[in-house]
Design a protein around this ligand. Sequence first.
Ligand SMILES: C[S@@+](CC[C@H](N)C(=O)[O-])C[C@H]1O[C@@H](n2cnc3c(N)ncnc32)[C@H](O)[C@@H]1O
Length: 362
Amino acid sequence: MSKNTQAPIPDSYPMTGGDGDYSYSRNSFYQRAGSEVAKSIVDNAIQENLDIKTISSSVSRNSFYIADFGCSVGPNTFTVVQNIIDAVQKKYQSDGLSSQVPEFEVFFNDHASNDFNTLFASLPPPRQYFAAGVPGSFHGRLFPESTLHIAYSSFSIQWLSKVPEELFDRNSMAWNKGRIYLTNAPNEVSEAYAAQFAKDMKNFLDARSKELVAGGLMVLTALSTPNEIYHFPVSPEFMFDLLGSSLMDMVKDGIISEEQVDEFNLPVFLASPEDMRRCIEKNGCFIIERMELLIPLSSINAQACAMNIRASVEGLISKHFGSEIIDELFGRFQKKLEESINLVEEIMTKRRNQLVTVLKRK
Ligand SMILES: C[S@@+](CC[C@H](N)C(=O)[O-])C[C@H]1O[C@@H](n2cnc3c(N)ncnc32)[C@H](O)[C@@H]1O
């Protein structure tokens, strides 16, 4: 890497905490809809693929361990966890094991910088599980060997551990000048992002393969591109492109510098089903029980879309450009979304952008 090209992106990028107007908890309707549409897949996976007899030898002290990786601040995580518990109880009943339903322990994982205070303060008061927070990156080990029965993660594994370094290197073909993402960029940029995703998924799957008991299930939901050739413009990446062009407009108006944009890239990759399959097969410890692309939303408006993306990236953008540009940036972004609302609607309500993968630990 040449001088002055140090990657400035921090290694954790929590969603906006608290419960204010711009918070993740009040603006995560897209992810909520995503979990809702995946609910029947999770339920079916538990009824069809969870073999109580196989895992019961590992249900020590009659406890059943569930972890949500990248839980953020709720309320989505609570709904998801309750759905999993309901499905597991149903499975015990349908297997004639009602009297052996275990106690549930739920682990809420996210980066240590996540707003765990808000998460814990908003835990549903009557609940059928013990709750614990597990801070740290899910790209490494977080649990002892063979302890988890169900691992879940929604809209989190698309976040990379870092922006690929080549994107900041002026001497690299992957130098991402004037863009904040891979849309409209040379192939080298997409390749660098894909390689980073593969490294991160390797670490994620290696860790989970150690932590899950034999027969344990893992459900992964993530934003996706239907396949590698349709990256743009009919994928959610279009939204990132509009955000990037809003930043470039602010460069033209002298509000921020072009160098600031050159040194900023989103640490996100929307893997295709094939990208995901390759990572899982390389790991080799899981059976792919199901892989499906879904459509979470039936309607969308520009303001809600801007607020949702703001709640996810405000911290990241403030850290790099300063918090004083945020209102201006997201005002411009919302305007661009309004101008392209037909395409935004097409992408978010008609295209299959949400990949749900059900895995079983061999
Ligand atoms: C878009 S939110 C999804 C939250 C929730 N699962 C939902 O569906 O609403 C993504 C979350 O993943 C977390 N995350 C990203 N990378 C992570 C990592 N390496 N380790 C743990 N959490 C991570 C972020 O901090 C953030 O809270």
